[in-house]
Write a protein that binds this ligand. Structure first.
Ligand code: NAG
Ligand code: NAG
Ligand code: NAG
Ligand code: NAG
Ligand code: NAG
Ligand code: NAG
Length: 285
């Protein structure tokens, strides 16, 4: 009887210990969120990785969604969103279930949530994504556009657009025959710079009203940026003697060649008008 009693007590203690141990192990093996960066800032076009790290995930799955939408972007490593820029990045046996977004755009900014459903409650990790409206690294570029063949007495308009790799250039200059050009009202030359921080483009416009034969030549545009990049390009300007005749006659005749050339001349005068308008704008500004 005593032996039976003792055996019973031992068994009871073992059972108690086992249940305690089980409860303890269950508790300690409950999914748990590990600390991650909750605010992430990237530039447009970059790839961003939103991190979610979970301990003791067990058989549970991790979902990502973007607030306020309910539908998950990814669940486990499966993508539900149509947008193929999203990818759930997970390496077996690792704790991270990251969300990767390629070529981030401004509309991607917002709050993302990594969630794990447990039988007790939903674990949620919110991560705020900020997107800076600037591209971090692009191809440096410089180009001149404008009136390559101005007429004597006419208007010449040159644009030099320079893009730095990281920032907009901080300096841009025009040269001709090795000499730097400056705005000079008496010479009818005006140089203006504009800078777009967002697109990283610096533009310098060079305008000559009343073009002379001496304005003929090679125009060099040079831009330098804070990173000491030097961008340089040139354009050969060929001043023509002018004397173009504007159409005065009727162009209703069915001579296709004639009418098409007439149209081109009309277009030239339209372009001239636009230039004139731009010049006025330029000088008034
Ligand atoms: C958080 O971000 C900073 C800078 O982006 C980085 O240096 C740091 O290692 C990150 N911390 C974690 C826990 O990922
Ligand atoms: C998840 O992202 C973090 C932070 O960027 C990184 O350290 C970790 O290696 C990533 N994990 C995986 C599985 O890619
Ligand atoms: C250069 O910049 C001007 C003014 O910002 C713009 O009108 C023009 O389209 C640009 N040209 C090129 C080739 O990007
Ligand atoms: C500047 O333009 C005005 C009017 O178009 C003209 O009279 C003048 O001679 C020009 N100056 C030079 C230096 O070309
Ligand atoms: C400008 O220079 C080009 C050669 O570079 C030449 O063919 C053209 O006749 C010149 N125009 C004038 C008005 O001197
Ligand atoms: C300049 O234009 C004239 C005709 O207007 C042409 O004969 C000459 O070849 C051009 N020169 C250059 C360098 O383009």
């Amino acid at each position: 009887m005593d032996l039976l009693m003792a055996a019973f007590i031992v068994l009871w203690i073992i059972t108690l210990l086992l249940t305690q141990l089980r409860a303890f192990s269950l508790h300690s093996h409950h999914p748990r969120l590990l600390p991650v960066n909750t605010t992430v800032t990237v530039h447009r076009e970059e790839t961003v990785i939103l991190e979610c790290a979970i301990d003791h995930l067990g058989t549970k799955t991790v979902s990502w969604r973007k607030l306020p939408y309910i539908t998950p972007i990814t669940t486990g490593v499966t993508r539900f969103a149509q947008d193929s820029r999203y990818e759930a990045v997970h390496v077996p046996w690792k704790k991270q279930w990251n969300l990767s977004i390629k070529s981030v755009q401004l509309h991607d900014a917002g709050v993302y949530e990594c969630q794990v459903g447990t039988h007790r409650k939903m674990l949620r990790q919110k991560i705020t994504l900020h997107v800076i409206d600037a591209v971090l690294f692009r191809k440096a570029d410089i180009r001149i556009t404008g009136t390559q063949f101005p007429e004597k007495g006419g208007i010449m308009f040159l644009f030099c657009n320079a893009t730095g790799r990281k920032h907009a250039p901080n300096r841009i200059d025009w040269f001709k025959n090795g000499e730097r050009l400056f705005s000079d009202r008496s010479e009818n030359m005006s140089i203006k710079k504009t800078i777009s921080i967002d697109t990283g483009v610096m533009t310098s416009s060079l305008v000559i009203t009343d073009v002379h034969r001496r304005d003929n030549g090679t125009y060099v545009c040079r831009a330098t940026s804070l990173e000491d990049e030097t961008l340089i390009t040139s354009l050969k300007v060929n001043v023509s003697n002018g004397g173009s005749s504007y159409p005065k006659r009727d162009v209703t005749r069915t001579d296709t060649l004639e009418s098409s050339t007439a149209q081109i001349t009309y277009m030239h005068s339209a372009v001239g008008l636009i230039y004139l308008f731009l010049i006025v704008l330029h000088l008034v500004w």
